[in-house]
Design a protein around this ligand. Structure first.
Ligand code: MN
Length: 353
C-alpha cells in the first residue's frame, strides 16, 4: 500500500464509528474446488455461463483467485483496514453443484472441514455456511447433519439451481426437512441462470451478475413459495443476498396475481399469500447493493429485523459496503440490527461481551 493510501486508510479508520460489523456473504475457495472446476472448464466445449467465469477464477494470475484461496493474510488485513469484525464464509459459487456427485460430496466435506479449522483458529473473525452436494440428496442430508452438529457451522449455503433443478422439487425436500429440523438458515446464493434461461440473456452478457443472477435466484426463492415449501416446512428460514434478489419490489404484484383465479392454472393452493411467506420465512442481505433507497424500502416492507449486512468479498470490496452502511440515514437501532444483531441471532454467532 502506498504511504498516501495508508495515511488515508488510517485517517478514515480513526474517524469511523464503532460497530460490530459482520459481513454475511463472503466467498472463499480451496485448491480442491479450484482443481475440480479447472477440469470442468477444460473438458466443456460449449458455452456455459458459470464456467466462463470459472475460467477467470481458477487462473492463479487472475484478479480473484488469490483473494479466494487466502484466508489468513490479505483477507484479515483488508477486514482490519475497514473495521470489519467478521466474515461469514462460504465456498464460492457454484460450490460443488457442477461436479459429478462423488466428487461433489468429497469436495464439500473437505471444504466444510477447512471452514471449521478457520473458525477454530479465528473464532472472532470467521463463521461459516456449509456446502452440500445438492445433486445427491441422501448424502447431502448426512453432510448437513455433520456440518451443523459436529462442525458447528452456522447454516447451509447453496448456489441456486443444480443441473437445472430447484429445491422446490420434491426429491430435494429431505434437504429442506433436515435444514429446518436443525433450526439453521439456508442461504441461496446466485449463479448464472439455467441454460434454457441463460440463452435469452446472452446478448451483452446479461446472464451474469448485472441481471441474470438476480433473475435466476429470485426465481428460485419464488418457486419455494409458490411450490408450497413453507406450508410443509413452516419454520424454514431462507436468506437471499442483493436485497432479496428483486422479490421485495414485486411483492404487491405477486400477491395480486397469485390470488387471482384463472381457468387452466394448477398452482398448489397455499395457506398464506406470497408476501406473507416472504416476510415470515426470508431474510435479505445487502450484498453488492450499497444503495440507500433499496435499504429504506426493505426496512419499510420487511422490517429491519429481516435485513443483514454483507460485502460479497472478493467480488465487491469493503470500503463501498462499510461507507454505505455507516452513512445510511436510518435509525441507530436499525443499523445495529443490520450490522450485527440479526446475524448473531439468525446464524447463532456468539455475541461480543
Ligand atoms: Mn456473492
Amino acid at each position: 500500500m502506498s504511504p498516501k493510501r495508508k495515511a488515508r486508510a488510517g485517517k478514515a479508520k480513526s474517524k469511523r464509528k464503532h460497530y460490530r460489523r459482520i459481513a454475511t456473504e463472503e466467498a472463499f475457495s480451496i485448491p480442491e474446488q479450484m482443481d475440480a472446476q479447472r477440469e470442468l472448464v477444460a473438458r466443456t466445449q460449449e458455452y456455459d455461463p458459470d464456467l466462463f467465469l470459472w475460467k477467470v477464477q481458477t487462473d492463479p494470475s487472475g484478479p480473484v483467485h488469490n483473494k479466494l484461496i487466502d484466508l489468513y493474510d490479505m483477507r484479515l488485513r483488508t477486514m482490519d483496514e475497514y473495521d470489519v469484525d467478521m466474515h461469514l464464509l462460504a465456498l464460492t459459487s457454484t460450490g460443488v453443484q457442477m461436479m459429478d456427485p462423488d466428487r461433489a460430496v468429497a469436495v464439500a466435506e473437505i471444504g466444510n472441514d477447512r471452514l471449521h479449522e478457520a473458525i477454530q483458529r479465528y473464532p472472532d473473525r470467521f463463521s461459516g455456511l456449509a456446502t452440500i452436494a445438492v445433486q445427491d440428496p441422501p448424502r447431502a442430508v448426512k453432510e448437513i447433519d455433520r456440518a451443523i452438529t459436529k462442525l458447528k457451522l452456522n447454516g447451509i449455503m447453496i448456489n441456486s439451481h443444480t443441473n437445472g433443478e430447484y429445491l422446490s422439487e420434491r426429491k430435494y425436500w429431505p434437504i429442506l426437512e433436515a435444514i429446518e429440523g436443525l433450526n439453521v438458515p439456508l442461504y441461496i446464493h446466485p449463479r448464472a441462470p439455467i441454460p434454457l434461461m441463460a440463452k435469452a440473456y446472452r446478448t451483452d452478457h446479461l446472464e451474469h451478475a448485472i441481471w441474470g443472477y438476480q433473475a435466476e435466484t429470485g426465481l428460485h426463492g419464488l418457486r419455494l413459495i409458490t411450490g408450497g415449501v413453507f406450508d410443509q416446512f413452516p419454520k424454514l428460514q431462507v436468506v437471499l443476498g442483493h436485497m432479496g434478489e428483486g422479490i421485495p419490489y414485486w411483492l404487491y404484484r405477486l400477491d395480486f396475481m397469485h390470488g387471482r383465479v384463472r381457468i387452466g392454472f394448477d398452482r398448489p393452493k397455499l395457506k398464506l399469500t406470497p408476501s406473507e411467506y416472504f416476510k415470515r420465512n426470508f431474510y435479505v442481505t445487502t450484498s453488492g447493493m450499497n444503495w440507500e433507497p433499496t435499504l429504506k424500502f426493505c426496512i419499510e416492507v420487511l422490517g429491519a429485523d429481516r435485513i443483514m449486512w454483507a460485502v460479497d468479498y472478493p467480488y465487491q470490496d469493503h470500503p463501498d459496503a462499510v461507507e454505505f452502511m455507516d452513512a445510511a440515514r436510518i435509525s441507530e437501532k436499525d443499523k445495529q440490527k443490520i450490522y450485527h444483531e440479526n446475524a448473531e441471532r439468525v446464524f447463532k454467532i456468539k455475541k461480543k461481551k
